[in-house]
Design a protein. Structure first.
Length: 62
């Protein structure tokens, strides 16, 4: 399984989870990458991801 996280200005943080099994796993993966890139082209992307909730909580403890 492949998981990727992207931050977009239009949709906020977006997670992609891709599970590929079977004979055509490489083809499925290639098609999903095309879809992912298409969505990012439409939604845009930001240079860095926002901090996660747990990262914010940890930083406030100190």
């Amino acid at each position: 399984m492949l998981e990727r996280e992207h931050a977009t200005p239009k949709q906020g943080t977006v997670w992609f989870a891709m599970i590929n099994v079977g004979k055509d796993a490489d083809q499925f993966s290639a098609e999903q990458e095309v879809l992912r890139q298409s969505l990012l082209n439409e939604w845009g992307s930001v240079p860095s991801l926002p901090p996660t909730k747990s990262e914010i909580s940890r930083s406030k403890r100190f």
